[in-house]
Write a protein that binds this ligand. Structure first.
Ligand SMILES: CC(C)(COP(=O)(O)OP(=O)(O)OC[C@H]1O[C@@H](n2cnc3c(N)ncnc32)[C@H](O)[C@@H]1OP(=O)(O)O)[C@@H](O)C(=O)NCCC(=O)NCCS
Length: 192
C-alpha cells in the first residue's frame, strides 16, 4: 500500500496527482509524434487526452498489485506541467515494480526526468518495500536509457525483436535496481 502525502517537492519540481486543470498541458505532449515515437501508443487527440486524464487522476495511490501511481511533474519556477512519472506495482509476492516517465519536449535537457524518476524509485523501495525495480524501453530510445543510467540502474537485458510495436519488430532493453543498490545510493544522498 502506498499513499504518498502530496505535493512531493524536490529541488526544482513538485510532484502531485493529475487534476482537471492539467488537460491542456497533458494534451500538449500527448499529441506529439516525437513523444509517442518509442511508446506503445500513437499521438492522441484532445478527446483521447481527456479520457486518459481521468485515468491518471485516479492513480494517486497504490493499493494492490497491478496498480499504477501516476504523478504530474510540475516545474516549480513557472508552475507549468512538464510531464509525468509513474510507478507500477508489478508483483506483491516477488516485490517487483516498474518506473516510467514522459516529458514535454519543451522541458527536455534539464535533468527533470531524472529528478522526478528518483522520487518514484524512492517511493517504490522505501514506501512499497520493493526488492527490485525495472525500467523497460525501446532499444532505440537512447535518451531514456541515459535517464536510467543517471539513476544508477543496471542494464540487464537487451531482448532482440521480442515484440511488434507499431507494425515493426522492436528490441526491448531492461534496466534494473535492487533494494540494496538503492540503499547504498540513498546513503550517499541520491534520490532525496
Ligand atoms: C525519456 C525522456 C524523458 C528523457 O528526457 P531528457 O530531457 O533527456 O532527460 P532528463 O530530464 O533526465 O535530462 C537529462 C539531460 O539534461 C541534461 N541536463 C541539463 N541540466 C541538467 C541537470 N541539472 N541535471 C541533470 N541533467 C541535466 C543532461 O546532460 C541530459 O542530457 P543528455 O542526455 O543529452 O546528456 C524524454 O526523451 C521523453 O519524454 N521522451 C518521450 C517519452 C519516452 O520515450 N519516455 C520513456 C519511455 S521508456
Amino acid at each position: 500500500m502506498l499513499r504518498p502525502t502530496y505535493p512531493i517537492e524536490t529541488e526544482r519540481l513538485l510532484l502531485r496527482p493529475f487534476s482537471e486543470g492539467d488537460l491542456e498541458g497533458l494534451y500538449a505532449y500527448q499529441s506529439l509524434s516525437e513523444v509517442a515515437r518509442f511508446l506503445y501508443w500513437e499521438p492522441r487527440n484532445l478527446d483521447e487526452s481527456r479520457s486518459f486524464l481521468q485515468q491518471k487522476m485516479s492513480a494517486s495511490t497504490v493499493e494492490k498489485e497491478g496498480d499504477w501511481l501516476v504523478l504530474a511533474v510540475v516545474w516549480r519556477e513557472s508552475g507549468a506541467l512538464a510531464g509525468e512519472v509513474n510507478l507500477q506495482w508489478r508483483s506483491r509476492e516477488h516485490r517487483q515494480g516498474e518506473i516510467g516517465y514522459i516529458l514535454n519536449p519543451a522541458f527536455h535537457g534539464r535533468g527533470i526526468a531524472t529528478e522526478a524518476a528518483a522520487v518514484v524509485l524512492r517511493l517504490g523501495f522505501e514506501g512499497l518495500g520493493l526488492h527490485r525495480m525495472v525500467g523497460r524501453l525501446d532499444g532505440r530510445n537512447a535518451a531514456s536509457a541515459r535517464v536510467l543510467e543517471r539513476l544508477g540502474m543496471r542494464r540487464e537485458a537487451h531482448l532482440l525483436q521480442n515484440e511488434i510495436v507499431k507494425g515493426e519488430w522492436t528490441d526491448e532493453v531492461v534496466y534494473a535496481m535492487l533494494e540494496h543498490e538503492w540503499a547504498a545510493r540513498a546513503a550517499k544522498g541520491a534520490g532525496r
